[in-house]
Design a protein around this ligand. Sequence first.
Ligand SMILES: N[C@@H](CCC(=O)N[C@@H](CS)C(=O)NCC(=O)O)C(=O)O
Length: 212
Amino acid sequence: MKLYSFFNSSTSFRVRIALALKGLPYDYAGVNLRGGEQGKDAYRALSPAGIVPVLVDGDVTLTQSLAIIDYLDQRYPAPRLVPEDALARARALEIAQTIACEIHPINNIRVLKYLTGKLDVSEADKAAWYQHWVDEGLGAVESLLAKLPASAYCVGDAPTLADCCLVPQVANALRMGCDLSRFARVRAVYEHCMAQPAFIQAAPQNQPDYVA
Ligand SMILES: N[C@@H](CCC(=O)N[C@@H](CS)C(=O)NCC(=O)O)C(=O)O
């Protein structure tokens, strides 16, 4: 398998965690988002939307991190990341989609660039926008977690798709200087996961294209 990824991309980080948890080997292809490589024709042939990650598995090319993780889960089921139990599955998807649909898209690079470019928004207002949507989204995740039995992970006693999404989102928020002090349960899950080998292996600083 080959993964097109950018070290700091949270959506790439989600897939790297899934691959590491499943112990699947892959070749790493760095896509320099800072240099605009995602917009080049050659890359758009792989990813029509011009985004990472892309997973190539033999003659299959897949975009969208949640679709990729679901594919990996069907194809390489151990360990399961999308739970089989109906309620646990819904809970994991609920948290994953709160992050993937409610936070990430509006804080994506292209959106932030549009704010400061076309709309002439200041860097301070861009940072306020970022923190606002992190606050809203992680606030919702914190409330969802509060309704679930206490655990080191989001849902149940093992990592799921929800943790694959939560950890990279928190890592990004911390890198962007967001105040996460209100989100005790979110932070506890993040800290526990980031002490596990698969999550460490998948972390931005451990990728071949990492730049400090
Ligand atoms: N919904 C997509 C989002 C992928 C995405 O937007 N990735 C970001 C990096 S985290 C990206 O490639 N952004 C490039 C850009 O905004 O130009 C997924 O989950 O894979």
